[in-house]
Ligand binder design. Structure first.
Ligand SMILES: Cc1cc2nc3c(=O)[nH]c(=O)nc-3n(C[C@H](O)[C@H](O)[C@H](O)COP(=O)(O)OP(=O)(O)OC[C@H]3O[C@@H](n4cnc5c(N)ncnc54)[C@H](O)[C@@H]3O)c2cc1C
Length: 819
């Protein structure tokens, strides 16, 4: 049997890269169609200036960029370059930006990219158009550079064609054919092309293409300004028509600007202007040329005027210069800035790979090719998967507002906890009204309002015993934080607290085939008595952790699955058998959950219920249907914070009454409402991992310290075969627990970790451990970094000493939780 027939829509940098990657893997029935002429289709790629800066806060995005660099370095068209590795320089004109450059240098180190923070003089030496007196320093990445996207498209399509791919220009896709839930082809202006797989690489046309089969593609086309100056005397004779550039690509994020050479002219890109959303119906028509194409709108000079002045300040040679031409070019923005990769939930075989920069194009194309050919991408993609968004986040108004906000903030210094300012209050739990009364400081995630701490607990800080007193934090670590978190942690460990767990994704998996599905998809035994609760992992084919799940058997054929997000919902739905024997429902919004945790939790529920909450009759990791304060509740004896207690689930309509009943009774026991800041600290002290931050598909269960959740005695489960020969003893790297030596210096996550002066890993989660009285962190480290190993964590421009600790730090004997 030959390879499947693939149609790729779009011959931009993403589509041609994908054709190259697929044909390199032996798929030879690939047809690439584009509505525009070839090779200059008129899409974003046709005019992309092609600056490739690899460093980002995201490990995945950096890996996608680094692959693009490596791949494009090996491409040429008749000897002409596709990647000119001139280096990348980001400069600081403020002390905050200089600090940020150190933070970025840390990310680069964490993700394996060589980067240096350098002095102004060295910046000016590398880029002599810079006035060293105007800057405070720079971040230099030698391997960054310029991608010649319009040429790479030619190189890639030639290579793909040589391997059998066909390219058809001036062929617009006007319909997607499908039958029985599977794609069967595309209808174009020149006829139908049958296909087993269709991949839409339509760039900012993505929403229109998705609409052809009713798939939401949450991206917003936005215009962004780019100009080229007239000839600059300073550049005359420096570059040839062929080399184009010799100075590093340059970013001036303090003013939302970037720069590159075009032989003897300078190109300037600006994000400093108002967001300019584009309606796809307003695109310019007519013949596509290098100066006129649908992705180029007329330059609006007045929008560029402030950017031009700021450019002159940074680069004095521009003071006598003039702008030769400019345009407002269109490309895609998304609600969280990430790309969109994935298969339609309704029509199998219809995929998208959109909202992708040139910078990440080859990396994304390789990932999609691997997903299609092997079923798994070697780079983990949870931040790129189109199904990461919740239903409310697919609304066009939400997409428009958040994507515009991303445009505005593109070069801003963003704190890891910084919440969206708008839109807010989209999803609230039934307890929201009470939380507001208690002065909740809300952060936002996937549309949910989540209390981080409660001002109502402020008075407790003064009552804290000396060893619990919060330590001072530096200005950055103190942002979006409050010492109140220490008091909330203290009350949880010593009395009882109520945590709103409503936003955690909950699925109901039911039907005669539910047990078999869960047995197949998870690492643990599921065929247990009704009431059993099981912690299990879902693995991918290579044994990577695709999620961790808490599965409660509520009846013979009904399971409640505590999951991590919409990706789990998408996965379970796809994996459910086609015979209808399993129903997978997202019950998150219709239900709510209070985590009632602390040594006095039993006193509170017992007083409100006729049910038996004793240790003998309600054991750890069991669930029961109970009534609390008259409210029907599914109680699960579980605790993310490592204390005695229950997760109390009820329907949304009953939520407020449950809260009020617990609150009223809890007063006698010192109950408080507690937020995510305390929660995070407590869960880390107890060694509980957070999927997506601490581990992903990149890691196997043993590396992640989750080998206990794998039951190899089970004959078959997804990913089992890949674990053969792997154990706690064989792993080369581990998620390790670190305690900061000085007892005060808090880090926030993603910082590089050094052993003997060499970078060997990076921090995942970090917090202050209030119970242990010191900052704690989890980090990926070589397995050789055993307990007791001294390490250093790079935090901005300094190194913080820490030690690998035995975990969990709190209650390793499980006495509290099983009490
Ligand atoms: C001014 C500007 C500067 C930029 N600078 C940089 C930069 O420095 N670095 C960087 O990494 N990125 C940059 N970008 C972003 C980058 O250009 C894009 O993200 C990238 O080119 C997108 O590639 P693509 O293949 O997804 O989309 P495109 O190149 O737009 O390709 C999509 C293709 O789909 C085709 N298509 C759409 N609908 C249909 C249909 N119905 N039937 C058939 N074909 C269809 C289109 O004709 C088009 O050719 C910049 C963008 C702009 C606007």
């Amino acid at each position: 049997m030959g390879s499947p027939r693939v149609v790729i829509i779009g011959a931009g940098i993403v589509g041609t890269n994908l054709a190259d990657e697929l044909t390199a893997r032996g798929w030879d029935q690939v047809t690439v169609v584009d509505q525009g002429p070839l090779p200059l289709t008129g899409g974003s790629t046709s005019h992309a200036p092609g600056l490739v800066f690899q460093t980002t806060p995201s490990k995945t995005m950096t890996a996608l960029a680094s692959y693009t660099v490596d791949k494009f370095k090996g491409l040429d068209v008749d000897g002409e370059w596709c990647f000119n590795q001139v280096g990348g320089l980001e400069v600081a004109t403020t002390s905050q930006r200089l600090a940020e450059l150190h933070r970025r240098q840390g990310w680069a180190t964490s993700w394996g990219v060589d980067a240096r923070v350098i002095e102004p003089e060295e910046c000016a030496k590398l880029h002599p158009l810079l006035d060293p007196l105007r800057i405070l320093g720079g971040l230099y990445v030698e391997t960054d550079g310029l991608a010649k996207a319009s040429r790479a498209v030619v190189a890639l399509s030639r290579r793909a064609q040589a391997r059998g791919a066909e390219f058809r220009g001036s062929t617009k896709v006007v319909g997607i054919e499908h039958s029985g839930g599977r794609v069967t082809g595309v209808t174009t202006t020149t006829g139908v092309i049958p296909a087993d797989i269709v991949v839409s690489c339509g760039g900012f046309w993505g929403p229109d293409l998705g609409a052809l089969i009713g798939m939401d593609v949450p991206l917003l086309p936005l215009a962004h300004q780019y100009v080229t100056t007239h000839q600059l005397p300073e550049l005359v004779g420096r570059n040839t028509e062929s080399s184009e550039a010799g100075f590093p690509i340059l970013r001036h994020q303090d003013q939302d600007l970037y720069f590159r050479e075009h032989v003897d002219r300078l190109g300037i890109g600006s994000y400093a202007h108002r967001p300019m959303p584009v309606d796809l119906r307003d695109l310019p028509g007519g013949e596509v040329t290098s100066d006129a194409m649908p992705s180029m709108l007329t330059f609006t000079e007045e929008d560029f005027a402030p950017a031009w002045e700021k450019s002159k300040e940074l680069l004095p040679c521009l003071r006598d210069a003039t702008i030769e031409n400019g345009f407002n070019g269109i490309f895609s923005f998304t609600p969280d800035g990430g790309p969109l990769i994935g298969e339609s939930p309704d029509v199998a075989g219809f995929w998208i790979a959109e909202a992708v920069w040139v910078t990440h194009s080859a990396g994304v194309a390789r990932a999609v090719a691997q997903l299609l050919v092997d079923g798994r991408s070697e780079v983990e993609l949870h931040g790129c998967d189109v199904h990461r968004f919740e239903e409310v986040q697919l609304d066009p108004q939400y997409v428009s507002e958040t994507s515009q906000q991303n445009f505005v903030e593109i070069y801003d210094i963003l704190h890891p906890l910084q919440p969206k300012e708008s839109p807010r209050d989209i999803r609230v739990s039934p307890f929201h009204v009470r939380q507001k009364e208690l002065g909740a400081m809300f952060l936002e995630s996937h549309g949910w309002e989540r209390p981080h701490w409660f001002e109502a607990n402020a008075d407790l800080v003064a009552q804290l015993p000396p060893e619990w007193q919060p330590k001072p934090r530096d200005e950055w670590a103190a942002k979006f934080h409050s010492p109140i978190a220490a008091a909330e942690a203290w009350r949880t460990r010593t009395a009882v607290a109520m945590y709103d767990m409503t936003p955690l994704k909950r699925l109901e998996v039911s039907g005669p085939g539910a047990l078999a599905l869960l047995e197949r998809l998870t690492t643990a035994k599921m065929d247990k008595s009704i009431g059993a609760v099981t912690y299990a992992l879902a693995l991918d084919a290579a044994g990577g952790v695709r999620s961790d799940l808490t599965v409660a058997r509520l009846s013979e054929n009904t399971f409640q699955v505590g999951a991590n997000g919409n990706l789990d919902m998408d996965y379970f739905r796809r994996q459910a058998p086609a015979d209808g024997s399993v129903t997978v429902r997202d019950i998150t919004g219709g239900t709510c959950c209070i985590g009632l945790w602390g040594p006095l939790a039993r006193e509170v529920v017992t007083a409100l219920s006729r049910d038996d909450f004793s240790n003998a009759n309600f054991k750890y990791f069991r669930s029961k249907q109970v009534r609390i304060g008259g409210v029907p509740v599914t109680a699960m004896r579980l605790s993310y914070v490592g204390e005695l207690g229950w997760e109390l689930y009820t329907s949304a309509d009953n939520g407020l009454r449950l809260w009020d009943a617990l609150w009223a009774e809890g007063q006698r026991h010192g109950v408080i409402a507690a937020g995510r800041a305390a929660f995070n600290s407590l869960r880390m002290e107890k060694g509980y991992r957070s999927w997506g931050t601490d581990m992903t598909t990149e890691h196997n269960p043993y590396e992640a310290g989750l080998g206990f959740a794998v039951r190899l005695q089970k004959e078959e489960f997804h990913g089992r075969d890949a674990l053969a020969g792997i154990s706690d003893d064989t792993v080369q790297r581990r998620l390790a627990c670190l305690v900061v030596d000085d007892g005060t210096s808090v880090v926030l996550g993603s910082e590089p970790v050094f052993v003997d002066g060499a970078p060997v890993g990076y921090v995942t989660s970090a917090s202050f451990g209030h119970t242990v009285g010191a900052p704690i962190a989890y980090a990926w480290l070589p397995a050789t970094a055993v307990v007791g190993t001294g390490v250093e964590i790079q935090y901005f421009d300094r190194r913080i000493a820490a030690t690998v600790a035995a975990e969990p730090l709190v209650d390793p004997e499980m006495k509290k939780i099983r009490a």
